[in-house]
Design a protein around this ligand. Structure first.
Ligand code: ATP
Length: 243
């Protein structure tokens, strides 16, 4: 029996939660595969936040607090795992929350919106339009939300949309445990950490942020270095895995 304070216990609880949300139609079946990929990378990272991820989380807070129109884009996996943490980050940062789905149906949009609202998030409503240059339904978004945003937080993103948002001139903050994904490499800032550790850390950093610190973090930011540090952390763990 794994004790409740063990990181593996958290990961088993998360897996159960996703399965339950998949049965309820909140998480797409493809989302379970994406979660499995995340779990594998988290295992390689020791299921803990690295020092460079901690710096990325602080930088994410700086970018959100510095933004004129920040938006948190939420998909099914994010809502299932972290609806309360999204609501907390919304309160701390003043960001709008918009639901954006690859496998979009009215039922899923409603179920995810209801889950977020029950957790205390104020979800942006409106007539979604096909405003991103993408062939699939992630192109659908709100003019007053993602389209107007200067900074977009995209937890668990796909590479296509991340690249499209960056090409539109937006500052894109990704949360992705895979430092090699297209999303991780295309984003302005990638937090290589597990979603349920990353969001509360960003929220806490928002509360402690001041203008001087925010400016210094943004000026010093180098995403390639953050990704290299994540890869170095994985390599280091593998090198000593059997010791
Ligand atoms: P890309 O298109 O960016 O190359 P991909 O095909 O892996 O990436 P998806 O299948 O959409 O994209 O997967 C989303 C990403 O989210 C994966 O890279 C996975 O590592 C990551 N991920 C999944 N679950 C979590 C989680 N709980 N916390 C952080 N990252 C996660």
């Amino acid at each position: 029996m794994i004790p409740a304070d063990h990181p593996r216990y958290r990961s088993l609880v998360a897996r159960e939660r996703l399965a339950e949300c998949a049965r309820a139609g909140i998480v797409a079946l493809e989302g379970l595969g994406a979660h499995g990929r995340g779990e594998a990378f988290d295992y390689l990272l020791g299921e803990a936040t690295t020092a460079s991820a901690r710096r990325a989380e602080e930088t994410a807070a700086a970018m959100l607090m510095h933004a004129a129109h920040p938006v948190i884009s939420v998909n099914g996996n994010t809502a299932a795992l972290a609806a309360g943490a999204v609501a907390d980050l919304q309160r701390a940062s003043g960001a709008l929350v918009e639901v954006n789905l690859f496998h979009r149906t009215e039922e899923r949009m409603e179920a995810i919106t209801a889950l977020l609202a029950a957790a205390g998030a104020a979800v942006l409503h409106g007539e979604a339009e096909r405003l991103l240059p993408l062939s699939h339904d992630r192109a659908l978004c709100l003019r007053e939300g993602i389209v107007a945003a200067d900074v977009v937080l995209v937890p668990l993103e796909d590479g296509d949309r991340c690249e499209a948002l960056v090409a539109m001139g937006k500052t894109v903050i990704a949360i992705d445990l895979n430092p090699l994904s297209r999303t991780a490499r295309a984003a302005t800032l990638t937090v290589v950490d597990e979603l349920t550790r990353a969001l509360p850390a960003i929220t806490a950093a928002c509360a402690a942020m001041d203008d001087g610190r925010a400016g210094a973090l943004i000026a010093a930011h180098d995403n390639r270095r953050l990704l290299q540090e994540a890869l170095d952390a994985i390599q280091e763990r593998i090198a000593h895995a059997l010791d």
